[in-house]
Each structure stands twice: as structure tokens, then as C-alpha cells.
Write a protein that binds this ligand. Structure first.
Ligand SMILES: NC(=O)c1ccc[n+]([C@@H]2O[C@H](COP(=O)([O-])OP(=O)(O)OC[C@H]3O[C@@H](n4cnc5c(N)ncnc54)[C@H](OP(=O)(O)O)[C@@H]3O)[C@@H](O)[C@H]2O)c1
Length: 393
């Protein structure tokens, strides 16, 4: 049997209260850890005794819904369980008679096709807070603590490198299923390999966001593949440097289309499908508020992003769609490579940054997760600057 089918058989056997069928899914020497109950069961005998006790205590225990995240090493399942609390069984909170609880389980895939190694079942998640038990680091390398974006679907444009790629990784670490969008399929594939380590579902889409049709297609395809869209991060963008006197109409349009038009039309398409609300995170810049000689078009586009963020926030607040932006300072990405090779400009810039260094792309992830998640539920129309202190000076 395939490992995923084994996990399903395991959960079905739990529903049916069939201890033998539960045990049949495990290797002989597996270890079943349930940190919230302080249970560490070694081998089938102990696991069987545990299950018999549990089924006796909770006769109408039912696994109501399961969400699977499959990686090469393990299958992670988020399980919503409903049961009647008939007896007192250890210190499992809450102690009401009947309750519904969400738990997280990690089932490592053993070599012989069974489930084995260390199975960790964190159950229920909020019990961990109450009893102070810490989950296994193994589990939370993949299923991060409390997964603020679990069961949310995020589309990230500009995900083939730089800030977009790092933001996509951070969203997946926070539990989101992620769709990576860019033009360069090979680069997307490489990023997808890293993002998949978080154990959530990852898809790739190619498209040029200067084409409004492609913006709409990215959104439609996200919904077609993953069923919904909750978070959009507009990270695609770039610049063309040169003295204002030499900027051509084509230069101007290219920068506005890449940075501003793309964000507007992808957001428009997203808002049309975010039926249960959602969060749009634009990527602005210091240049949304600070000028940039030799990059007038870029600074104008980022100023546009700031105003776009506020205007869409106003317009869509009553639809439950929040629109915010992160404002990166100087970040070490392929976009800033030419600048980093110019010692004179670097010295000037670094002297202006209180933290005296460029940011790393992964340092943009925290703000993006914050804005994407309910942690920022009462925020809309804001720009969160992540700039090493640049704007303080
Ligand atoms: N790095 C910084 O210091 C900094 C500071 C402030 C703001 N930002 C902003 O952060 C965002 C990301 O910048 P970055 O530094 O990560 O740049 P980057 O490393 O050059 O990455 C740019 C991303 O945008 C995508 N992209 C560009 N044009 C596109 C198009 N026409 N259609 C589809 N995708 C396109 C690229 O993908 P493909 O090549 O695969 O299409 C790539 O994934 C930009 O909006 C930038 O303005 C950067």
C-alpha cells in the first residue's frame, strides 16, 4: 500500500475503533509520541494498549476532516477530531463533554512501505500552551508552531528569485500552500525544491506579469489547482537605471508595467476570487517615499504602489480583503548586484543605513507572513518598512 493510503487506512481504523487495523499500518519498532499527554509509546504492544484505552474512553471518537501534506520523508496530517468526553483520561483539556479539536500528526515513511520511525502526534495543539509541553523539533521543522497560514493558499509573483522566493519560503514555513509565479521555469523549479521542504503543497506557474491576461491567468490557474486564493504577494518587479534625460518611452513603460500595472491587475483578478476575504501584500520600496536619482521611473512606480495599496485597502475593506505592503530597504538580491559591485555607491549607501549592511531576502519573510496572516487582522493600507533603519535618518 502507498504511504498516503496507509495513513488514510490508519485514520479510518481509528474512526472504527479497530485496534488491530490501526496497528497493521505501523512497523514493529515504531515509536508513537504524543507530547500533550506525555506519552511515548514504544512498539506495537504499548501502542495497542494506548489505543484500547483511548477507544474505551472516547467511544464516539471521529476524525472529521484531514488535510494531508506529503513530503518524501513523511506525511503530515492536520486532523479535526470530534468526540464526546465520557471519561476522565489523563489531563487532556478541554474537559467539556463534547468537543472538536485540531491536531497535527507526522507519519514518517519507513523503508518497507509501512509507517514507522518516530510518529509524532501533537494533540490538541492548544493543549501544548496549557501544559507547557514543547513539540518535537522534527515536527516543527515542517509543521511550524501553530502554522498561522495553515490551509491558506498563497500566490507569490516574482517567486523565481530574490525577495519573492524568500517570501514564498516563509509563507510555506507558516503553513500556506504556495503557488510560485515567474517567467524562468528552471529558476522556479529550483525554488520549489526549497519551498517543498516545508511540507506544504507547492505549484509553479509561468507568466509575464506585464501582460494583463497573464496576471488573470495566474490567479485563475491558482484557483483551478488549489481551489481557492487567500493571499497574494505582488513581488515581481525590477528597474532600469539611467539619467532621466535619457529615459525612453519604452524604458518608462517597461518599469511601470513590471512594477505597478502588474500589481494592480493581479490584485484585481485576486479580489474577484477572494470570496471569503484575503490578504494582498504588495512589495513597495524605500523609493515609495524617498527619491532615487537615475531611477525616476522606478521611484515613481513604487510611490504608485504605496498609493495603490492605500486605495485598494479603502475600496476592498468591506469585502474582508486587506491590502498592505512591505517596504524593503536595500536587499541583497540579483536586482541589486550591479549596485553592490560599485564600491563608491555602496560606501555612500551603507553610511546611510544605521544597521550598516544590506538586508537578506529571508529577512523580508517575517513581515510578509505577518501581513498575510491574522496577526495583522486589523491592519490595512499600511506599508511595513524593513530597511535596517534607513528611514529613521
Ligand atoms: N532588492 C532590493 O533591494 C529591493 C528593495 C526594495 C524593493 N524591492 C522590490 O522587491 C521586488 C523583488 O525584487 P528582487 O530584489 O527580489 O529582484 P530580483 O531578484 O531581480 O527578482 C525579481 C523577480 O521578479 C520577477 N519578474 C520580473 N519581471 C517580471 C515579469 N515581467 N513577469 C513576471 N515576473 C517578473 C522575476 O522573475 P523571472 O525573471 O522569472 O520572470 C524575479 O522573480 C521588486 O518589486 C523590487 O522592486 C527590491
Amino acid at each position: 500500500m502507498q504511504p498516503l493510503d496507509l495513513v488514510k487506512a490508519h485514520l479510518r481504523a481509528e474512526d472504527e475503533g479497530d485496534v488491530a487495523a490501526v496497528l497493521a499500518t505501523f512497523t514493529e519498532d515504531c515509536v508513537y509520541r504524543i507530547p500533550a499527554y506525555d506519552v511515548d509509546l514504544r512498539g506495537k504492544e504499548q501502542i495497542g494498549a494506548f489505543y484500547r484505552s483511548m477507544f474505551a474512553s472516547f467511544p464516539d471518537f471521529v476524525n472529521e476532516t484531514e488535510t494531508y501534506h506529503v513530503s518524501d520523508q513523511a506525511i503530515f496530517v492536520e486532523i479535526v477530531t470530534r468526540r464526546t468526553h465520557d471519561g476522565v483520561w489523563r489531563d487532556l483539556p478541554p474537559t467539556g463533554r463534547s468537543f472538536r479539536t485540531t491536531s497535527l500528526a507526522q507519519f514518517p515513511v519507513a523503508a518497507d512501505g509501512l509507517l514507522g520511525g518516530e510518529i509524532v502526534h501533537v494533540n490538541p495543539v492548544d493543549a501544548l500552551y496549557k501544559i507547557g509541553a514543547l513539540p518535537s523539533p522534527d515536527l516543527f521543522q515542517t509543521v511550524r508552531r501553530f502554522r498561522p497560514l495553515a490551509r491558506r493558499v498563497a500566490l507569490v509573483t516574482g517567486a523565481s528569485r530574490g525577495i519573492g522566493a524568500a517570501v514564498a519560503e516563509a509563507l510555506a514555513d507558516a503553513g500556506a500552500d504556495v503557488v510560485l509565479a515567474g517567467r524562468d521555469r528552471a529558476a522556479l523549479t529550483e525554488v520549489a525544491g526549497r519551498v517543498r521542504a516545508a511540507g506544504t503543497h507547492v505549484e509553479m506557474l509561468t507568466g509575464d506579469v506585464t501582460d494583463v491576461g497573464a496576471c488573470r491567468r495566474l490567479v485563475a490557474e491558482t484557483v483551478a489547482r488549489l481551489g481557492r486564493l487567500d493571499v497574494l504577494v505582488n513581488a515581481a518587479g525590477g528597474t532600469r537605471r539611467g539619467p532621466a534625460l535619457e529615459v525612453t518611452e519604452e524604458d518608462w513603460d517597461a518599469v511601470q508595467d513590471m512594477n505597478l500595472k502588474s500589481a494592480f491587475f493581479t490584485s484585481q483578478a485576486a479580489a474577484r476570487v477572494m470570496e471569503e476575504g484575503g490578504s494582498i501584500v504588495n512589495v513597495a520600496s524605500l523609493n515609495g517615499v524617498v527619491g532615487n536619482a537615475w531611477a525616476a521611473g522606478y521611484a515613481a512606480s513604487k510611490g504608485g504602489i504605496v498609493q495603490l495599496t492605500k486605495s485598494l485597502a479603502l475600496e476592498w475593506a468591506d469585502r474582508g480583503i486587506r491590502v498592505n505592503a512591505i517596504g524593503p530597504g536595500m536587499v541583497d538580491t540579483p536586482m541589486t548586484e550591479p549596485l553592490q559591485q560599485d564600491p563608491e555607491r555602496m560606501a555612500r549607501l551603507l553610511s546611510h543605513i544605521p544597521m550598516a549592511r544590506f538586508g537578506r531576502p529571508d529577512e523580508m519573510g517575517g513581515a510578509a507572513v505577518f501581513l498575510a496572516s491574522d496577526a495583522s487582522a486589523y491592519m490595512t493600507g499600511q506599508v511595513v518598512y524593513v530597511d535596517g533603519g534607513y528611514l529613521c535618518v
